[in-house]
Ligand binder design. Structure first.
Ligand code: ADP
Ligand code: ASP
Ligand code: MG
Length: 451
């Protein structure tokens, strides 16, 4: 059994969905479970229209509903050309968009959105795309069965970033997915979407379809988890920033997890953990080039000082100075409790005897955090920060990687630096607008030297 996940661009239209079918059909002997994202860009439009409606722009919101309706119906017709199933599916899809239009009207009346209502809206993208893909398989004569992700992906009720309930997912996967696989069927389900107790719709957070795939992979003890996307695999940097980025054929779980956490959007940061726990290799492939080598993520990979570079813009740097830190056991615990209380995770941390500095990805609760931190000492905030990270299992193996990185940055000011004790990640906090130049300099230094 394997899990194959296809991202938004890989299911963007009928031509892309046809490529998905070809890939999966060639793997039928491996008993694939297919996980799909919403049609490329659909999640952004859904969230945008909900915000527009709540902000009073109902007409614009309703126009967006109609654009999405047209797009989904167009792809249904292109894939299923005039079959009976096309008509039924088109009616169902249209009914979903009618409901969405009513929801938009309700948001307009209320004038606000709740995280729960946002999840109901966002989930529609994957719920529809997965039904379309399943129908397209059947139309081509393959025994696909649509699985409602809410019947498998059990979560808590932290709407917009729900946490999976791994035990309940394992049970549900055994009850729902395994019997289908045993009968030779191809289960097709949406990623990203889940359900809280009471079967209330939740989502795992943006980009969460990768996480869905690895959770399902762990639940059915798959032999491989495949992430099919729009690039050749994991590369030495984001190719949109560094066109010269090179394919990484093999990378360790630890390195891949670090890269994902520090900005390599190709994998959702939580994807690796379920795979590691079960020792399931994760592959990243390009759905436009199904014969490409792709990247294999597994326990072991050739040990290199620098495997890849990642960068992240728009992070927030919080600096706390306190004379009370001196010789005070438990001080750091109390400081970090503040971030826990406000459900905000911390990316980079450095400490000295009298100060703690941290970076945050998500500044939604910054106001409340700063208020609580003020009780410990003087707090300063730098909102326009960025991060660059060089990642490699052998980064501290007596190599010159750290020195070379600092030399490569040249005049770019560095405000904070952190090297993990396990020597896998050297992270630097810099100005937000320096992230791209810093990545270019680092990539040139480590990967573009003439040999
Ligand atoms: P999907 O819709 O398939 O989930 P995403 O847009 O979420 O695709 O992720 C793929 C994108 O990740 C690529 O187009 C690329 O720009 C970006 N990316 C960032 N860092 C890397 C990296 N190190 N290797 C490959 N892609 C990366
Ligand atoms: N469609 C969702 C998003 O755009 C989840 C995903 O694509 O992974 O965030
Ligand atoms: Mg993604």
């Amino acid at each position: 059994m394997i899990v194959s996940k296809f991202g938004g661009t890989s299911v963007a239209d009928a031509a892309a969905i046809t490529r998905v079918i070809d890939v999966i059909v060639s793997k039928q002997a491996s008993q694939p479970v297919v996980v799909v994202s919403a049609l490329g860009g659909a999640t952004n439009v859904l969230l945008d229209l909900a915000h527009k409606a709540a902000g009073g722009e109902l007409l614009v919101a309703l126009q967006l509903v109609e654009q999405l309706r047209d797009r989904h119906l167009r792809e249904v017709h292109a894939l299923l050309d005039g079959s009976k199933e096309a008509e039924e599916l088109a009616l169902d899809i249209s009914a979903s968009f009618d409901e969405l239009a009513h929801l938009a009207e309700a948001f307009r009346t209320l004038g606000y959105l709740t995280p729960r209502s946002l999840d109901t809206v966002a989930a529609l993208g994957e719920l529809l795309s997965s039904q379309i893909v399943a129908a397209a398989f059947r139309h081509r004569g393959f025994p696909a069965v649509w699985v409602d992700a809410r019947d498998v992906m059990k979560t808590n009720d932290s709407f917009t970033r729900a946490e999976p309930d791994v035990d309940r997912i394992a049970l549900a996967a055994q009850e729902v997915l395994l019997p289908l696989l045993k009968q030779g069927k191809i289960p097709v389900m949406g990623g990203f979407v889940g359900s809280a107790p009471g079967r209330v719709t939740t989502t795992l957070g943006r980009g969460g379809s990768d996480y869905s795939a690895s959770l399902i992979g762990a639940a059915i003890e798959a032999t491989a988890i495949e992430i099919w996307t729009d690039v050749d695999g994991m590369l030495t940097a984001d190719p949109r920033v560094i066109p010269a980025a090179q394919l990484i054929e093999r990378i360790s779980f630890d390195e891949a997890a670090e890269l994902a956490a520090f900005g390599a959007k190709v994998l959702h940061p939580a994807t690796i953990a379920p795979a590691v726990q079960r020792g399931i290799p994760v592959f990243v492939f390009n759905s436009r080039k199904p014969d490409g080598k792709g990247t294999m993520i597994a326990f072991d990979a050739p040990r290199l000082p620098v495997r890849a570079i990642a960068g992240k813009r728009s992070t927030t740097l919080v600096k706390l100075r306190s004379s009370r830190m001196l010789l005070a056991p438990g001080f750091l615990r109390r400081v970090f409790e503040v971030f826990e209380t406000h459900r905000t995770s911390v990316d980079v941390v450095t400490t000295s005897e009298v100060s703690v500095s941290v970076t945050l990805d998500d500044a939604t609760n910054l106001g409340a955090i700063l208020q609580d931190l003020a009780a410990f000492g003087d707090v300063a905030v730098e909102r326009r920060s960025g991060i660059v990270a060089i990642v490699g299992a052998g980064i501290a193996d007596g190599s010159r990687a750290i020195a070379d990185a600092l030399i490569a940055l040249g005049p770019i000011p560095v405000y904070m630096a952190s090297l993990s004790a396990t020597g896998i990640n050297f992270t630097l906090v810099i100005d937000d607008e320096q992230v791209v130049p810093a990545m270019q300099r680092l990539h040139a230094a480590f990967f573009e030297q003439p040999s």
